[in-house]
Design a protein around this ligand. Structure first.
Ligand code: GLN
Length: 488
């Protein structure tokens, strides 16, 4: 097995025993990125010099015996995280020249643990999208079929793990942006409960919806990554002050006697037959593992996508008001006046999807429409959250598809925003409810495309979904499959 094919837990052992060094490992990944990035386009910025300096420091720490699990492990970050001294574009032309002056809390935590940062990953502009086609750095291609999308918005984060261009990565998930690309790329992705992970230093899109989370090669790696970044942060007023469990310690406890709910609204006619087949087989595996399967209802599911696109766009219109060319980012000031400068900067700096959302959100918030749209959407959101809380009175967790179809073709949905929005139909409700969800591989379609399974947990019950995911991963053989790239 190549060094670049291994997991955090495998590599951590080899690093700790001195069998390999972090410098060797980092060089192997840098070489792999060099060989494959032209095909996949998952990295926006690669930082070999900084990575090798960090790797040498990690080797010193490992030699002194003060290493941790992540010490010397090469990781990469979605380009939405402020990372000191590194270009941080958020996939947008408007931040083309922005060098972050500080580290997001999650980045600082990874660095304190001695992780090596290889670079910054491609994404839909400001995390708005489901296909990674809305990036100023160009689309990311799916490593399983480079004519298809990797999913979005954390497409680079999922494609990089599937392509073995980083051991694990961090993404963000506002409406599915970790889970859907993880599903389309055949890797594991976890969206934690709202408040579980600090968002200080993460570029904001829809603040009431998103969380930072890991993408990894297996469930154990996601448990390690989550444990490394989770926890209260006084710099983020939405982070919650509750202890971080040892996710790895309980991961293998099994699921005998657990009740798993199947929300009937998620098993609809439009579901792709390959997805349905894979989910049905997964349900059988869970029965064999000793879980009890029951049908539940989330009655307000139909309203989730509409509700999300009101709330998310309203928050986007407010959050993105700061990009005006004054303090940072690109400025277009040829011509006259301050207002003219704002207009030219924003017209040139934002892509079409971002402009569409700013307009929709501004409309929803404008006086006279606020009550009819934004306020109404907030009320519907409460009903959707209550659906989940009611279901969790009956069951321990929920099992659903991640996306209605496997990865679609590049270009297939770009001219039809509504179709694009519907690809997040099974992931969006989890963000509206503020709870946690995980995506893990559970099948391969006839065209050779990965299919993902979603496990949804009670608020702050990440341990439970990791347990259920680990049990499935180890009872089936869907994990550990790698796509073949042109360079392989
Ligand atoms: N696709 C959804 C959107 O475009 C979700 C994106 C995300 O989770 N950041 O808003």
């Amino acid at each position: 097995m190549q060094l670049t094919d291994q997991t955090i837990h495998q590599l951590a052992q080899r690093l700790a025993s001195g069998e390999i060094t972090s410098v060797e490992l980092t060089e192997a990944f840098l070489q792999r990125i060099e060989m494959t990035n032209q095909e996949i386009n998952s990295y926006i910025s690669i930082c070999p010099d900084e990575a090798l300096v960090d790797a040498a420091a990690a080797d010193k720490r490992l030699a002194e015996g003060t290493g941790e699990l992540l010490t010397g492990i090469p990781l990469a970050l979605k380009d939405i995280f402020n990372s000191e001294g590194l270009r941080t574009t958020c996939g947008s032309k408007i931040l083309d020249n922005y060098i972050a002056p500080y580290d997001a809390t999650v980045v600082a935590k990874l660095k304190q643990r001695g992780a090596v940062i290889l670079g910054k990953l491609n994404m839909d502009e400001f995390a708005m999208g489901s296909s990674n086609e809305n990036s100023a750095a160009g689309p990311v291609r799916n490593p399983w079929d480079n004519g298809r999308v990797p999913g979005g918005s954390s497409g680079g984060s999922a494609a990089a793990v599937a392509s073995r261009q980083a051991v694990a990565t961090l993404g963000t998930d506002t409406g599915g942006s970790i889970r859907q690309p993880a599903s389309h790329c055949g890797v594991v992705g976890l969206k934690p409960t709202y408040g579980r992970v600090s968002r200080y230093g993460v570029i904001a899109y829809a603040s009431s919806l998103y969380q930072v989370g890991p993408v990894g090669r297996d469930v154990e790696d996601c448990a390690i990554m989550l444990g490394s970044v989770a926890g209260y942060d006084p710099a983020d007023s939405t982070s919650v002050n509750t202890p971080v469990p040892d996710y790895r310690a309980t991961m293998k406890d099994g699921i005998t006697g657990k009740k798993i709910g199947l929300p009937k609204e998620y098993f609809i006619d439009g579901l792709d037959p390959a997805v349905k087949h894979a989910i049905d087989a997964a349900i059988e595996s869970y029965k064999a593992l000793g879980a009890e399967i029951v049908e539940v209802s989330l009655p307000h599911t139909d309203y989730a996508v509409a509700c999300y696109y009101l709330i998310a766009t309203a928050e986007a219109s407010s959050n993105l008001a700061r990009y005006d060319g004054v303090r940072f980012g690109v400025r277009k000031d040829e011509g006259e006046g301050l207002i003219g400068m704002y207009q030219r900067t924003r017209a040139a700096g934002f892509g079409d999807e971002v402009k569409r959302r700013i307009m929709l959100g501004t409309y929803a918030l404008s006086s006279g429409y606020y009550d009819a749209y934004y306020l109404k959407a907030q009320k519907v959101r409460t009903l959707i959250r209550q659906d989940f809380l009611d279901a969790f009175e009956q069951v321990d967790l929920l099992l659903t598809p991640v996306a209605p179809t496997p990865a679609f073709k590049i270009g297939e949905k770009v001219d039809d925003p509504l179709q694009m929005y519907l690809s997040d139909i099974f992931t969006i409700p989890v963000n509206l409810a503020g709870t946690c969800g995980l995506s893990l591989p559970c099948g391969i379609s006839r065209e050779g495309l990965p299919i993902g399974l979603q496990l949804i947990g009670k608020p702050f019950a990440e341990s439970e979904i990791l347990q259920a995911a680990w049990a499935f991963e180890n009872a089936t053989d869907w994990n550990g499959r790698f796509p073949e790239l042109a360079a392989d």
